[in-house]
Design a protein around this ligand. Structure first.
Ligand code: CTP
Ligand code: MG
Length: 553
């Protein structure tokens, strides 16, 4: 035990309790967003990263006395923020106001004595709290923050209580989006990983990208990470006086080969030394080599890549689009949720449309409104200042970082109208000859015969949806048409608190997709959906004509 009444132990590999207790507190606190709105993407990332470096993750008993816990920890310095959550046991994230506190805390933390096993003595910021035996249980339990998403059934119920489709879509975003705490936890996990990679490359930074930072992340989505080694090259460019020295280095056949070799070593360290990191897989032959693993204490699935700066820029671009108009995020969350409910997207890699592709499709659709809701990527480049200039591996990735330079046109379409038009737009899109291009904000002739062609925003010779096959695209189109048709039916728009209506009705299993009957049974939604079923049955009989007519238009 340390001098403060309870004992902290460094968590070492292979020592986890698997007590599952799913305590669900109400989602709350989407704070700090408004305050951050005027900051650039980079400034937000830096602030989060710096917060994470002053934070620790502590496994603790679920009946913890919060006050005693905080009192004891405060002896190491001021605590800025803390919260508790459950993931195979209770955990606390504690952010100190200064890094010295972490050093002080680590000094009073022990490597555990492990019976029948041996510990890898790696001192990370993932700790275990040993509570002294006789703690009174009269104190209130701490509030545990929810880190997992709602199920489709829970979402459906929540939406059915709303008064309009617009309210439903807004509520959906609030229910699904990453919470302040979840984002902090994501940055903390990156920071913990950085401590491992930092043993080899002290100047490295592990940064989250993708849906963790692009403002379209949903609770439960993976954490995409980049091992950023740019800091190392920066130090070597400083000019010294007189003699010029160089590091002797090993060489690889190509940049890709060097990336693979670095990732394979870091992957091995994560596997063998990383407390809480399990199921490590090196996927080094992929177009973008990566190490995949699960971080058990946070419950996150992590994908660590390296040398992937363009992907970080795409995350910034999507973030920027998400900030320009609140309808962007509402529409993206709705379309992603709808696609997941109908198995258009999947957590397993394959020929499915990905969330990234869907987001770009929503952006493209919003660029096509009259007047446009979103500017083209070329316009964002024109507005960029000198400090925004960015070229990565020959690709011009320049975009404006100051949002206040962007003027938007007046478009007052409701979310309901936009959702309806989204389904009509893609239900009738000439996918066979046309590609989606958000740089120009215009349809372009498809350069190759893949089913779905969405130009990569920055690596313009690449197609982000190359993986999608004709069957998956046809399912997407059929579901768009069905949903467009359903939204035109009065029955769907009639509010009904006991039965899925409006957007919730669009989440019901489809009649046109093959998996419809099976999943309908699985989700147990029949009793509430008989009127929808009648509608869908009538679509089955008559809808073919409607769809065919529209399709030819
Ligand atoms: N990416 C890309 N080209 C692709 C796939 C992905 O450039 N063909 C980049 C995008 O920046 C994307 C990021 O890699 O945001 C992460 O990919 P992924 O995890 O598939 O998408 P997310 O946007 O993170 O969405 P999800 O919530 O499904 O994880
Ligand atoms: Mg992701």
């Amino acid at each position: 035990l340390d001098r403060f009444g309870f004992g902290l132990e460094t968590q070492t590999l292979g020592r986890f309790t698997s007590t599952t207790s799913a305590i669900k507190a109400q989602t709350e606190n989407k704070t700090a967003k408004a305050a951050k709105e005027s900051k650039t993407f980079q400034a937000i990332q830096e602030e989060r990263r710096e917060q994470a470096e002053r934070s620790v993750l502590i496994s603790c008993p679920s009946k913890i006395n919060e006050n005693t816990f905080l009192d004891d920890l405060s002896k190491h310095g001021t605590i800025n923020k803390h919260f508790f959550y459950n993931s195979y046991g209770a955990y606390a994230v504690v952010e100190f106001s200064s890094r010295e506190s972490i050093a002080s805390l680590k000094e009073s933390t022990n490597i555990p004595a492990v019976e029948h096993e041996a510990a890898v003595p790696f001192k990370s910021r993932l700790l275990s709290l040993k509570w002294p035996g006789s703690q009174s249980s009269n104190h209130p339990m701490p509030k545990f923050k929810v880190q997992s998403p709602l199920s489709i059934n829970e979402i459906s119920q929540l939406l059915s209580e709303k008064d309009s489709i617009d309210e439903q879509l807004q509520c959906l975003t609030e229910a699904l989006e990453l919470t302040e705490e979840n984002v902090r936890l994501r940055f903390l996990v990156c920071s913990l990983l950085q401590d491992i990679a930092g043993a080899y490359f002290p100047e490295c930074i592990i940064r989250p990208f993708g849906s963790t930072v692009n403002s379209f992340g949903k609770l439960g989505c993976d954490v995409d990470m980049i091992l950023d080694l740019d800091g190392i090259y920066a130090t070597s460019q400083k000019k010294g006086s007189g003699l010029s020295l160089e590091y002797q280095v090993k060489r690889g056949a190509s940049e890709r080969a060097v990336t693979q070799s670095i990732l394979s070593v870091i992957g091995k360290c994560v596997d063998q030394f990383g407390p809480g990191c399990v199921g490590v897989q090196n996927i080094l032959q992929a177009r973008c080599p990566l190490v995949r693993f699960a971080h058990q204490p946070s419950g996150f699935q992590c994908d660590l890549t390296a040398n992937n700066r363009v992907a970080m820029k795409s995350s910034e671009l999507l973030f920027l689009y998400g900030q320009l108009d609140p309808r962007v995020r509402h529409l993206v969350f709705s379309v992603r949720c709808w696609a997941r409910a109908h198995s258009i997207t999947s957590s397993i890699p394959g020929a499915w449309i990905t969330n990234f592709s869907l987001t770009v499709m929503v952006v493209f659709f919003l660029q096509q409104r009259n007047p446009p809701i979103l500017p083209t990527l070329d316009r964002l480049k024109e507005l960029a200042g000198p400090s925004d200039k960015c070229v990565i591996e020959g690709n011009d990735c320049t975009i404006v970082s100051d949002l206040s330079k962007i003027t938007l046109q007046q478009n007052t379409d409701t979310l309901e109208k936009l959702l309806q038009e989204f389904f009509e737009f893609y239900g009738n899109f000439p996918f066979n000859k046309t590609s989606i291009n958000i740089r120009k904000g215009k349809e372009q002739t498809k350069p190759e015969t893949t089913a779905l062609y969405i130009q990569n925003p920055f690596e313009t010779t690449l197609n982000i949806s190359k993986n999608v096959n004709a069957t998956q695209l046809e399912r997407f189109v059929a579901l768009c048409r069905e949903s467009a048709w359903l939204l035109q039916q009065k029955e769907i728009l009639n509010q009904c608190p006991d039965s899925p209506w409006g957007f919730a009705a669009l989440l019901l299993p489809s009649v046109t997709s093959g998996a419809g009957v099976k999943s309908r049974r699985k989700r147990k939604l029949e009793p509430a959906s008989s009127r929808i079923k009648n509608l869908l049955d009538s679509l089955k009989i008559k809808g073919g004509e409607t769809v065919a007519k529209k399709g030819n238009a």
